[in-house]
Ligand binder design. Structure first.
Ligand code: NAG
Length: 348
């Protein structure tokens, strides 16, 4: 159970920035690569059995070379050796980018944000992290619960905007209790929003902490805390509509994350398709000094991945589905009701 314990630790304590730099020298020989692999293993507490180690080393070598070659090129973003270093692309996709939730039909296509600025008067950049509406980066571990992290980050955002209090909320409650989702095998954010709106709200992270496993029982309504009133879907395949929504609050989105394995920094510009398989939360947008427009996405793969847990991906691409399909299935929670005093008092 070392893996579960590690995941729990990462979810509770701020994780160290786990990523390794390496140089040409490390790639020079089989011996230097093996030494690099050993120090990578030590840093990542990977508990592979010994029989597997040789084949893992082969995968590791391929990945290290791929990262090295890529970074020598002239791409607008960089890759880095991170904890996914000895996983093949297929394996990575199976565990971290395979949510089965995102292939069905959605319920509604109505759009609210009556009070949002018109598309023509949107701010040129928005970063909800700077406005105190985004909690620290979390880690889903080896559990396909990205949908719960996406849901929770969007609710943490609107709760902070409405109440001026940033409170970390419980992904585990959603994993355990959202009966029409599939726990660690995927789920819909809209279903989760609906569950929270029609049930008794969502508990704090502290009251209902993350375990990266679906529990056989559900502790819903114990120490409820934050309420929402419903949710809205952003009109599909329109990055301007998504921008209107993100200007108003953090928004749940889905992407094809199969190209995200070793993303390190910069504005990601592909490779990816539009078959969405991973949920994240859009917490802002902006434009680089050289004019590249991007989305800021909060991921749930810990602080060691990407830009301290975040990725910037290219915005306003030619394909109206957005890069990696980001404009296809976006939604956000609606909150008008206050949290009850008693509930807040319980937690603070
Ligand atoms: C996209 O959304 C914007 C903002 O809501 C809207 O003004 C525009 O008409 C939409 N475009 C299409 C093609 O629907």
């Amino acid at each position: 159970m070392a893996t579960a314990a590690l995941v729990l630790l990462l979810a509770v304590a701020p994780a160290p920035a786990i990523a390794m730099d390496f140089s040409d020298k490390d790639l020079a020989s089989e011996d230097s690569l093996w030494a690099l692999y050993e120090s990578w293993r030590a840093e990542h507490t990977v508990s592979r059995n010994l029989g597997e180690k040789a084949s893992r080393f082969d995968v590791f070598k391929k990945n290290v070379r791929l990262i090295h070659e890529f970074n020598l090129g002239d791409e607008p973003y960089k890759l880095r050796l991170n904890r996914f270093g000895d996983m093949t692309a297929d394996e990575f996709s199976r565990v971290y980018a395979s949510s089965r939730a995102f292939h069905g039909d959605r319920r509604s296509d109505s759009f609210m944000h009556g009070s949002a600025p018109a598309a023509s008067s949107l701010p040129s950049s928005v970063d909800w992290r700077k406005k105190g509406a985004v909690t620290g980066v979390k880690d889903q571990g080896q559990c396909g619960s990205c949908w719960a992290f996406s849901t929770v980050a969007a609710i943490e955002g609107i709760n902070a905007i409405r109440t001026k209090k940033l409170i970390s909320l419980s992904e585990q409650q959603l994993v355990d209790c959202t009966a029409s989702n599939w726990g660690c095998s995927g789920g819909w954010m809209d279903t989760a929003f609906q569950y929270i709106a029609t049930g008794c709200g969502i508990a704090s992270e502290a009251a209902y902490p993350y375990t990266a496993q679906q529990a056989p029982t559900c502790n819903t309504c114990v120490r409820r805390l934050v309420k929402i009133d419903g949710y809205q879907d952003v009109p599909a395949n329109n990055e301007t509509a998504l921008q209107v929504a993100v200007a108003a609050q953090p928004v749940s989105v889905v992407v094809d994350a199969s190209g995200f394995q070793f993303y390190s920094e910069g504005v990601f510009a592909g490779e990816c398709g539009t078959s969405t398989n991973h949920a994240v939360t859009a917490v802002g947008y902006g434009t680089t000094v050289d004019g590249t427009q991007y989305w800021i996405l909060k991921n749930s793969w810990g602080l060691g991945w990407g830009e301290k847990g975040y990725i910037r991906i290219k915005r306003n691409v030619e394909d109206n589905r957005g890069l990696c399909g980001i404009a296809q299935v976006a939604s956000y929670p609606v909150k008008t009701s206050p949290n009850t005093k008693q509930d807040v008092h319980d937690e603070l």
